[in-house]
Design a binder for this molecule. Structure first.
Ligand code: AMP
Ligand code: MG
Length: 662
């Protein structure tokens, strides 16, 4: 950092010349609107994300996922016991109480964590199991050790004092993370939670988008590096620090080049070096009219196409200069700190985000009342920084009003509102929309609660590409119906059959709800390939054989599931062994069959494929969406519907083995 040592004028003529130079009103090339400035800039930019690179998990923090991550395994990978106790047939425990103890003989196996069980739990028997142990074949519940008593005789037994429901103390395979579900979406910023999810699936590295390198430079004879003593007339270089930090927040990698004096030769050398080393250059200072105005002249000499915009009808931020040199953006921000950071967020951060693979930042806005009149210059779109106060009748926005030279007007503002270029003032007591600044917690744009499906991930992905965030909660079809009726969600994916009419979902539409068709999923019988009881047969034929074979163990579904209604219809009153085992998802059924805890069950075709199982089709189920009418007009819900009907989305849904509804 060199000090300003320009010699002082000795002669009068020289003084006059210097004053003229200092006051020189160099004209902006052409002042354009903010929209026009953005459009010109974008026309010359590559706005695709940079290439991907693979990093080890610990290095992935704050990086942006390059592709969707599909869970390669289930978590838990098996039906897991949640307590220390005994794996049992729930039906054996029914009626047990302090006065009516039930006795079970103890199998010669102890299932500790990491032990793969070998003995089937047959009715009347039980197996000791530890918290985290694999629920053995035949068992459909676990009883807590505290509610049992060990009878140590030659044939060891346990006595039970409590009845257990089927599924008690079991976490089913895939109930935490289901194999094949989109675990994380491209464009997601990786935090501790995402790293944990990747590790839980056994992944130790991940593909992330290369970070755009952004060189940050400051110019001004008065600038002093923070950490050094401030000399007379000096100003600390705060822009360099705040812009570098904002680059990192936007997903870029800042390269701090420091501050340079207003010296054309020195500055040009520095800017050329910066261009060579980076994907993008951001310089602040030296852009407004006056003696030190040399930044834009340097940019204009660097190469094609050069300066695209110099002067934007914007307050703060008029002297902004946007250029491109050999396809690299180069931006000169106004020197005043508030103008600098404001224009950075408005024009530069969105470009860094796109190249870093991040979706556009969804504007976070609140309505507020402005208690005073705010004057504004005609012909310039003005942004007024405000502090927000929670008033009795809603938010109140107070203009912070320290001017664009203040560092604190941006840093301490909660947000800003806009005064149109054609208005000369905003009247007192006007209501405005305030765009919030900073990383305020952002609620998801749309909440989806109900049954999960892998094709739903496709629609939510398309929604994310449109800039809307979704929270999906897999609570099952019935849970979704309840949430929609209570207005707790925007959209509820459901697949429930009306047992009387045989129709799917229509009977769920109550007041304030409507139904949007989704797609159909083929349901059928799952079995391990090579099992002669099933292989090559029709579903009806295979079921007849399975029901006649007492060693053929089934896995059922939970009551309330659409597939359960189908199972009961097919069984027509029969109760084959395993009927009491009632996990809550297609994945858990497939995992039970694949791992030999059961021999057959009913689930959808894509899941059978995922687990390498045989599949005998029975009938399609309809997966549709209940919409809460009063939320239908929300932009995110409309975007969901648009994504659902988009032919590209439908094509991807078909590729997963579903048939989109007309
Ligand atoms: P300029 O755009 O160079 O005409 O600068 C306008 C105003 O912003 C002057 O008051 C400068 O001192 C101030 N300024 C310029 N660059 C910086 C910087 N990097 N940090 C803090 N203030 C700056
Ligand atoms: Mg300057």
């Amino acid at each position: 950092m060199s000090e300003s040592r320009k010699p002082q004028p000795t002669e009068e003529t020289e003084l006059i010349l210097r004053v003229r130079a200092a006051a020189r009103q160099e004209q902006f090339l052409e002042v354009v609107s903010a929209e026009e400035a953005r459009a010109r800039f974008k026309r010359h930019l590559d706005l695709s994300p940079l290439s991907a690179e693979t990093v080890a998990l610990p290095d992935a923090l704050t990086r942006v996922l390059a592709g969707d991550v599909v869970a390669p395994v289930d978590a838990p990978a098996f039906d897991r016991s949640n307590v220390d106790g005994f794996a049992v047939h729930a039906a054996d425990t029914w009626g047990a109480s302090d006065s009516n103890r039930k006795t079970l003989s103890l199998n010669r196996e102890v299932i500790a964590c990491g032990h793969a069980p070998v003995i089937t739990v047959t009715p009347g028997t039980c197996t000791a199991i530890a918290t985290g142990g694999v629920v053995p074949r035949g068992a459909d519940a676990v009883v807590m050790i505290e509610q049992t008593e060990l009878i140590e005789e030659s044939q060891p037994r346990i006595e039970l004092r409590r009845a257990a429901n089927s599924g008690q103390f079991i976490s089913y395979a895939g109930s935490d993370i289901a194999r094949g579900e989109t675990l994380l979406r491209h464009g997601t910023r990786i935090g501790a939670r995402e790293i944990g999810m990747l590790a839980a699936c056994g992944l130790d590295r991940v593909e992330v988008v290369r970070r755009p390198k952004v060189a940050v430079l400051s110019t001004g004879d008065e600038l002093v590096e923070p950490g050094s003593p401030l000399r007379p007339a000096g100003v600390y270089d705060s822009n360099g620090a705040i812009i570098a930090a904002a680059v990192a927040e936007a997903g870029g990698e800042p390269l701090m080049f420091g501050a340079y004096p207003d010296d054309a030769a020195v500055l040009e050398t520095a800017v050329r070096k910066a261009l060579d080393a980076s994907d993008m250059v951001v310089l602040s200072g030296g852009t407004s009219k006056g003696a030190g105005d040399l930044s834009h002249r340097i940019v204009s000499q660097l190469g094609k196409p050069g300066i695209l915009v110099h002067g934007v009808a914007l307050k703060p931020g008029k002297p902004l200069c946007l250029g491109v040199v050999e396809s690299k953006p180069i931006v000169v921000l106004p020197g005043f700190p508030t103008s600098a950071i404001f224009t950075f967020h408005a024009f530069v951060a969105p470009i860094i985000r796109t190249r870093a693979g991040l979706p556009p930042e969804a504007p976070n806005t609140v309505n507020a009342r402005v208690p005073l009149r705010v004057a504004s210059e005609l012909g310039r779109q003005e942004f007024v920084l405000v502090s927000l106060v929670d008033g009795d009748d809603g938010m109140i926005a107070f203009p912070t009003g320290k001017g664009s030279g203040a560092v604190t007007s941006f840093s301490q503002a909660d947000g800003f509102f806009e005064i149109d270029a054609l208005a000369s003032a905003l009247d007192a007591e006007s209501h405005v929309e305030v765009t919030l600044i900073g990383s305020a917690i952002h609620a998801p744009d749309v909440v989806i609660m109900g049954s999960h499906d892998v094709a739903l991930d496709v629609v939510v992905g398309a929604l994310a590409d449109r800039g809307f965030s979704a929270r999906t909660l897999a609570v099952g079809s019935l849970g979704g119906v309840a949430a929609a009726n209570r207005g707790e969600c925007d959209i509820a994916p459901v697949h429930l059959i009306d047992p009387t009419s045989g129709q799917y979902n229509k009977y769920l539409v109550g007041p304030g709800l409507s139904l949007v068709p989704g797609w159909r999923r083929m349901q059928g019988v799952l079995f391990r390939p090579g099992d002669a009881r099933f292989e090559g047969r029709s579903a009806q034929e295979a079921l007849k054989i399975a029901l006649a074979d007492r060693s053929a163990l089934m896995v059922n579904r939970n009551a309330g599931a659409g597939t359960r209604v189908l199972i009961d219809k097919l069984l027509d009153g029969a109760r084959p062994p395993g009927y009491a085992n009632q996990p809550k998802s297609h994945n858990a059924v497939a995992a039970a069959v694949a791992q030999g805890r059961a021999d057959w069950g009913l689930a959808i075709a894509p899941v059978a494929k995922l687990y390498g199982l045989g599949f005998l089709p029975v009938s399609p189920e309809h997966y549709d969406f209940l919409l809460v009418d009063k939320r239908r007009e929300r932009p995110a819900v409309q975007a969901f519907l648009a994504a659902l009907h988009d032919e590209r989305t439908r094509e991807r849904i078909r590729a997963l083995g579903m048939e989109p509804s007309a």
